[in-house]
Design a protein around this ligand. Sequence first.
Ligand code: IPE
Ligand code: IPE
Ligand code: MG
Length: 256
Amino acid sequence: MGDHSMSEKASSQTGPNHIGIIMDGNGRWAQSQGLSRIKGHQQGVETCRRIIEACQALDVHYLTLYAFSAENWNRPETEVNGLMELLELFLMKETGTLKKKRVRLHAIGRIEDLPARPRAALKKAIEATKEFDEWHLILALNYSARNEVVDATQAIATLAANGALDPGSIDWDTISSHLYTGGLPDPDLIVRTSGETRLSNFLLMQSAYAEFYFTATCWPDFTKAHLEEAIRSYHNRERRFGRTGEQLDVETSLTY
Ligand code: IPE
Ligand code: IPE
Ligand code: MG
């Protein structure tokens, strides 16, 4: 009972299969070097490339990157425009690489409200990679977990009002399949860079049982080694899903 090696076995030695990252600290990174905020975002895009590649090397099949929150529209117009340009450029430049690496692109958020150019580039990249099924890159764009709940509720309520759905039959599966992430697995690990320890409206429903990892490193400085450190930390956690550590030990000894 409570045997350390047993509970280590019961911990998440495999995976994470899905990592969500709140890519934060581009602005502070830039300011600390006397650069403009947009230079920080440019450097942040380089980190995205590095981390997409690292995920494949580390056998992480799903990577969700929080790239632009619904609240980020409140930033100065020049910064918002710069971010939208960077998004378009990233999509145009990276689609070839994603195809070569057989990574399927998804987007979550109110995509229809993005400016026309990045929206078109996004649509094209999603279309170009839709045949792949092993590796997944999910971009959270104009994303807000609360908006996601609103949108799912409206969709479900419409079905119910049209008689296509019995309100009494609505369960978590119904709701989960109407979230932007319908069909995607929940994140196992959520990482936030730059020292902030909040979720800022990111995947609130989906991360109900995720592990969290916070690091002071700003996103432009985040490397594969930092990601490996986050994964190591994840492996040392015991994911109990409401059960006791002893129950997990018994189950583990049955499976080993
Ligand atoms: C994260 O970096 C990128 C986006 C939110 C788009 P920030 O721009 O939030 O960087 P800080 O938090 O100001 O340092
Ligand atoms: C969260 O970062 C959004 C993204 C990483 C895209 P913010 O920097 O916008 O979050 P707050 O404002 O510090 O909560
Ligand atoms: Mg920030």
